[in-house]
Design a protein around this ligand. Sequence first.
Ligand SMILES: O=C(O)CCC(=O)C(=O)O
Ligand SMILES: [Fe+2]
Length: 340
Amino acid sequence: MAPEQTKYAERSIPKISLHDFANRIDEVTAQLIHAAETDGFFGLVNHGIALADIEAMFDTSASFFALPDATKAKVPFTTKNAGWEKNAQIRPSTGKADQKESYQMQFGANMAGLWLPDEDLPGFQAKSLQFMRQAQGVSEKLMVCFARGLGFADDFFVKAHDVSRPETQTVLRLLHYFEVDKTVPVPEGYYRAGAHVDWDFITLLFQRAGQSGLEICPGREASTGFGLGDTWTKVEPAPGEIICNIGDMLMSWSDDRFKSTFHRVKTPSDPEVDYYGPRYSLAYFNQPCTDVEIQGPLKKYPMVTGAEFTRNAMQRNFAALKAKQEALAELKKSAIDAAA
Ligand SMILES: O=C(O)CCC(=O)C(=O)O
Ligand SMILES: [Fe+2]
């Protein structure tokens, strides 16, 4: 059977400027709430993080991934949602491992033992934490606006995501997708990152100019479990722009008013248009502290703590993955039986 062709559509992604934020907060709030209620995705410009700082963090990330695997393996991925993995994240949407490696860092207790010793990469921890604090500053502006939109006190979400507390779960993820050989056809179903929604509050994604591949399916239009068969839109990286998407946590905390959004990173397959080189991205996942109580103003869902929400999300993912793998095994068995 020929693989189904992906359907694409040109859609404009809202661009929201944070310049003169203190004086424009009402206007920015209205724009953010509209984007959250419809697309679930928007680009942030004039956010205050200099392009040079973003580029410096990409260089820091590249120096981490250039280390031998044996060194990176000193800080392996853990159930605390921190550490390094390579070709190990299997998505329920594909049943296959993403073609990438990633390293997740946090500010608090979950990071114990998961920072590389400084002699392996001098200055790495300090530079990463400095960039994480900058991303946190931008995130807190968004949190004030979302709190206003939902009728909470201005500092409600900022307090819930206090990264100075040991209970913090917020993550900066460095991502490295490997260079792809143009002469080898991509096996069906392989993605640099398979279709998924994020389970956090909101994600800030930094991309590098020219390193395309990100595709989204807006929240109001996703109609199937994993965005499969839906219509996708390519998001070209623009220098300095931060692409933001609402995660499941904020969707639930807003009683489903704000839309969590499917996205993926395509494996290049068309030498005419696709980017085959190595791709680096930085994803800042805002996560509430473990002891924060999460419930929307309309109380649509039972109250859960930040720790429970993360645990449930990981378990749901695991159950969906198991179901996908069983379905794939069944399909393989029927094909073998049919051929016999
Ligand atoms: O690398 C990207 O552009 C997207 C990464 C992503 O969606 C994720 O890690 O959740
Ligand atoms: Fe994501």
